[in-house]
Design a protein around this ligand. Structure first.
Ligand SMILES: Cc1ncc(COP(=O)(O)O)c(C=O)c1O
Length: 290
């Protein structure tokens, strides 16, 4: 199952089969912790400083101390990649609250733990990436920022998981979550873009989406290519009438969407998606020395 995984736990590379955390770790007990997912290509992590910045901000919001400097975290990532048999893969960097007593109080956890995992991650098949995936709009909603700010990349993914279960029950590949006001937030582990009247649109991160690094990269690539792009409040109506729709994420990369709630998306994969996914692949090659 994880033959190709390499794991770094609190300073040491550990064989994957023995890589474990305490049952008293509050990350395990309560989802109390934060994480990042990072891709590496040619053994080089893509846009690692941006992931470190988001990790630091997520941890700060939870008053969680990251017990390593960024230089030490960088070394941990380098050691994990060096221990991996893979040239290309996915890293998971986790900062967990650490071991404490059974009550939820984080004050009982004196030492946060750091874990880095390198493994493969394929979110969709190559056929699905070329033909597009089908999605539903889930009944599960993203929380409001005054309930839990979606910019915190925490270890609790339950509303994404509930939405994913809805997708499984409906027999489709992905679920799109709305926020409490019925505006489109994002997918279960990815951001969403549509093309409408030739303009590339994505919901603002304050509407219940994670401030995705791939999303930001795609917006930069669109600006560089002269494609009009902006953040916009979107509703299901906008998705049903989109000229194109696609998902972005570190795990996902760029995935075109061909159907939402049974409505066919006009072009899949469409010209804007094709252009941006090629530009993204070129950028990755340039930045990781491929
Ligand atoms: C809920 C959620 N939204 C969006 C994304 C995409 O963010 P990024 O492009 O930074 O990976 C992720 C990725 O992990 C995610 O978990």
């Amino acid at each position: 199952m994880f033959e190709q995984a390499s794991c770094w736990i609190d300073g040491k590379i550990v064989p994957a089969a023995q890589a474990s955390v305490s049952v008293f770790d509050h990350g395990f007990l309560y989802g109390d912790g934060v994480f990042e997912g990072v891709r590496f290509y040619h053994r080089k992590a893509f846009r690692l400083p941006l992931h470190f910045k988001r990790l630091r901000r997520s941890a700060a919001a939870l008053q969680l101390r990251i017990p390593l400097s960024f230089v030490e975290l960088d070394t941990a990532v380098a050691e994990t990649i060096a221990a991996s048999p893979l040239d290309e893969g996915y890293l998971r960097i986790i900062v967990t609250r650490g071991v404490g007593v059974l009550g939820i109080n984080p004050a009982s956890c004196p030492r946060p733990g750091v874990i880095v995992i390198a493994d493969q991650l394929q979110m969709v098949s190559e056929a699905q990436r070329s033909q597009g995936v089908r999605a539903i709009i889930a009944s599960t909603r993203r929380l409001r920022p005054d309930q839990l700010d979606s910019r915190i990349k925490s270890l609790n993914y339950l509303n994404a998981i509930l939405a994913r279960i809805e997708a499984n029950v409906a027999g489709v590949e992905e679920a799109i979550l709305l926020n409490d006001r019925g505006a489109v937030a994002e997918g279960t582990a990815d951001n969403l873009f549509i093309v409408s009247d030739g303009v590339l649109l994505t919901p603002p991160a304050t509407e219940g989406a994670l401030a995705g690094i791939t999303r930001q990269t795609v917006l930069e690539l669109a600006a560089g290519a002269g494609i009009a792009a902006r953040e916009a409040l979107l509703t299901p109506y906008d998705l049903y009438n989109a000229e194109e729709c696609f998902l972005t994420g570190t795990g996902a990369k760029l995935i075109p969407v061909r159907e939402i709630d049974g409505r066919k998306i006009a072009a899949c994969p469409g010209p804007v998606y094709r252009h941006l996914s090629q530009a993204f692949a070129d950028l990755v090659r340039r930045e990781t020395g491929g």
